[in-house]
Write a protein that binds this ligand. Structure first.
Ligand SMILES: *[C@@H]1O[C@H](CO)[C@@H](O)[C@H](O)[C@H]1NC(C)=O
Ligand SMILES: *[C@@H]1O[C@H](CO)[C@@H](O)[C@H](O)[C@H]1NC(C)=O
Ligand SMILES: *[C@@H]1O[C@H](CO)[C@@H](O)[C@H](O)[C@H]1NC(C)=O
Ligand SMILES: *[C@@H]1O[C@H](CO)[C@@H](O)[C@H](O)[C@H]1NC(C)=O
Ligand SMILES: *[C@@H]1O[C@H](CO)[C@@H](O)[C@H](O)[C@H]1NC(C)=O
Length: 248
């Protein structure tokens, strides 16, 4: 049903990255637009700008939900990914067929000159939450640092501590909580956080158990949520974008 509808859509018409082909003036203006929108939209998830066109943000990774392949090893070194993947996996903003994660090896294996990194969460192919990090002196494994957040749609992150915050997250025994942004644990019923990419089906807590993995669970509101509550949702995909230092 859903799949058929998706398959009937035309593929490959999207120009993802325009950074190199756009004139400097336009890039500057649009970057300002994006930054302005991000600042203005602080806490308002509905008005996050479109990352897939006219920007200097480059797609470094896209994790796709429920495809039966863990997202963490795919991010780290491409484990489990075929050489060629569908165009639908190399874009955001449209619900095109995609049955893999997308790893931009050029970006992740040559992590240099990165000024900012954006983590964006998509539901119904619309960005619903984002966190933008200062990427200077980061590596492709360390940019997800709570102390380097520049802006985010979850307004309470700054003023709350995190027991886990990062790409590796909390992985132990059967537990795979990756790209994990979590405030605290309370023996499952009282666990609270902002985002988690659950990378298997049988973690320790009810809130992470899922028939299909990976599962990208997030707080729908602009503050953290108890993972057991209804105000959580599951994203279709999340993306990591990078922005390079402007060359002079
Ligand atoms: C990019 O911006 C230009 C000018 O603002 C606009 O004409 C063009 O349609 C945009 N391209 C995309 C893919 O949105
Ligand atoms: C991957 O990154 C390279 C280098 O920044 C970029 O030129 C390319 O367009 C990216 N590929 C995709 C599919 O986004
Ligand atoms: C990012 O962090 C570096 C090092 O702390 C700092 O020099 C730079 O100004 C920051 N960038 C932004 C956009 O705040
Ligand atoms: C959060 O902390 C900052 C300082 O880090 C402070 O300026 C701000 O008022 C605090 N916000 C809330 C909602 O407590
Ligand atoms: C980083 O950016 C600077 C200034 O734009 C440029 O000269 C340098 O070649 C870049 N380094 C790499 C490794 O891309």
């Amino acid at each position: 049903m859903l799949t058929k509808t998706l398959q009937s859509l035309a593929l490959g018409f999207l120009v993802l990255i325009q950074a190199s082909s756009t004139s400097g003036r336009v890039v500057t203006r649009l970057v300002n637009d994006i930054n302005g929108a991000v600042t203005k939209c602080q806490g308002d998830k509905s008005c996050f700008p479109d990352m897939n066109s006219n920007s200097s943000w480059i797609l470094a990774f896209r994790g796709t939900a429920a495809i039966g392949k863990p997202v963490y090893p795919a991010y780290v070194d491409g484990t489990g990914l075929p050489k060629r993947i569908q165009k639908g996996c190399m874009q955001v903003g449209q619900n095109l067929p995609c049955s893999n994660h997308f790893r931009n090896n050029t970006v992740l294996d040559n992590w240099k000159n990165i000024s900012e990194v954006a983590l964006v969460i998509y539901k119904n192919s619309t960005p619903v939450h984002h966190v933008i990090f200062n990427g200077s002196s980061s590596t492709y494994m360390t940019w997800m640092d709570k102390n380097k957040i520049e802006s985010t749609s979850w307004v309470d992150i700054y003023n709350n501590s995190a027991n886990y915050f990062g790409i590796f997250g909390h992985q132990e025994n059967a537990m795979r909580r990756t790209f994990f942004m979590n405030h605290n644990y309370g023996t499952c019923p009282n666990d609270q956080g902002w985002f988690v990419a659950v990378d298997n089906i049988l973690g320790d807590c009810m809130w992470e158990q899922t028939p299909k993995f990976p599962m990208f669970k997030y707080s729908t509101g602009n503050i953290m949520i108890n993972w057991n509550e209804a105000k959580t949702d599951h994203a279709e995909y999340f993306a990591v974008f990078v922005k390079y230092n402007k060359s002079t």
